[in-house]
Structures are given as C-alpha cells and as structure tokens.
Design a protein around this ligand. Structure first.
Ligand code: MG
Ligand code: ZN
Length: 217
C-alpha cells in the first residue's frame, strides 16, 4: 500500500476550497497573487515596496502567512496596506486553501482591488497547495545561488511570474544569470521575469507594470 492516494485526496479537497476562495475574490473583483519564496529572498520587502509604489492608486490587502509572528503583517500595514491579516500556521510550512478561507472574512473584499498573500518561506510545498489566487509569483534572490531552478523544478514550473531580487548584489556574489535563466526557460518557457532590487528600486517599474496590467485582464 502506498500513501499516494491519501496525498491526492488532501490535494483535491484543497483544490475544492481554493475554487471557493477564487469565486469569493472574483465576486468582489479582487485580483489576488500568491507570493512564494525561500526564507530571506525578500517577499516582505517586495510587498512593502509594491505597497509604497501603488499606495493611492490601488487598494491593496495583504494576508501574511508566518510560522509564529506578525512581524510581516505589521510591516505591510506600516507600508500602506489598506488591510492586513496575519495567519499563524502554528509551525506548518505552507499555507493552504483552508487557512486562506478562514482569513478572507477578516478582510472587506469589496474595498480592495488587489490582494497579496505572502506564503510561508519555503521553496518546496507552497507550490503544491492552490490558494485560490489568480497568479503565483516566485521570488528568487541572487544570494540563493544560480542553481535553484535545477534543484526545485516543480516550484519553478508552477508559477506565472518570477521576481529575481537583490540584483544589486550581483557584483559581490558568484551568480551566473545566463545559467539561472536557462534553467528557468527550460522548465517554464516564456515565464515573465523581473530582475530587480527592492533596496535600490532598480527594475521595480517593470514589475509594477506587470502587476497593474494583470489586474485589468
Ligand atoms: Mg516575510
Ligand atoms: Zn509545507
């Protein structure tokens, strides 16, 4: 006997709830993204800079998944999120559709244009659990190394946009951009990719244009 049927059952239950989440978001005309990355890649920094840039143009809500603290949701609120909700997973290494379903009633969806969900820092399982968002955005970063697409192919295959953060560190870190991007292209041809630095702001406009454009689709 194998455990595969059990995993399939859990995932299909998750998919059903994710579809319900999507329906609630669509009914309120909220465009939602699921932001995944390894710890320290800069998910919260990207969300902060996005909030600062789009404040006044879009009403943005943030759901922050975290193992234990509310540090990231506090940062989102400080950066200008119109609404911010924390999900403490109690040690779980990913968000799932149930957790998001429980968080959604804490938001006034009708008062939002965009919802950003920051997943738990983890490059493995967040990619397997649909949340009901419209797009999944992977944040990679230069210090993680250029081999990550080769080591985490399922994650790189399952996303609709890729932010390559901390490009200001390229002069100091051995990172072969060409090798990295070849790996990405093999797994996910034509993937929208945004090399940028949350620290210096370089490359941010292209990411913000993509995000604003997606919302209108
Ligand atoms: Mg964070
Ligand atoms: Zn997990």
């Amino acid at each position: 006997m194998t455990t595969i049927p059990i995993i399939e059952k859990i995932l299909s239950a998750n998919d059903r709830l994710a579809a319900e989440n999507r329906a609630a978001l669509d009914a309120a005309r909220v465009f939602a993204i699921n932001v995944i990355a390894s710890p320290g890649a800069g998910k919260t920094s990207l969300i902060e800079q996005t909030l600062k840039a789009l404040a006044g143009k879009l009403r943005i809500g943030v759901i922050d998944g975290d193992l234990a603290t509310s540090i990231d949701a506090d940062r989102a609120a400080a950066a200008g999120a119109s609404q911010a909700v924390q999900i403490n997973t109690g040690g779980d290494c990913h968000l799932d559709a149930v957790m998001v379903q429980q968080a959604l009633p804490q938001l006034k969806l009708d008062d939002l244009d965009l919802l950003i969900i920051e997943n738990v820092g983890n490059l493995v399982c967040p990619a397997s659990f649909a949340l009901g968002t419209h797009k999944t955005v992977l944040v990679a970063s230069i210090p993680e190394g250029d081999d990550k697409p080769y080591k985490y192919p399922a994650t790189y295959r399952g996303v609709e946009a890729l932010v390559i953060n901390k490009i200001d560190l390229l002069p100091y870190v051995p990172f072969r951009m060409e090798y990295f991007r070849q790996g990405v292209e093999t797994l996910n041809p034509g993937l929208a990719a945004f090399p940028l630095s949350c620290r210096t702001g370089e490359g941010m406009p292209a990411w913000l244009d993509w995000l604003a454009g997606q919302r209108r689709k």
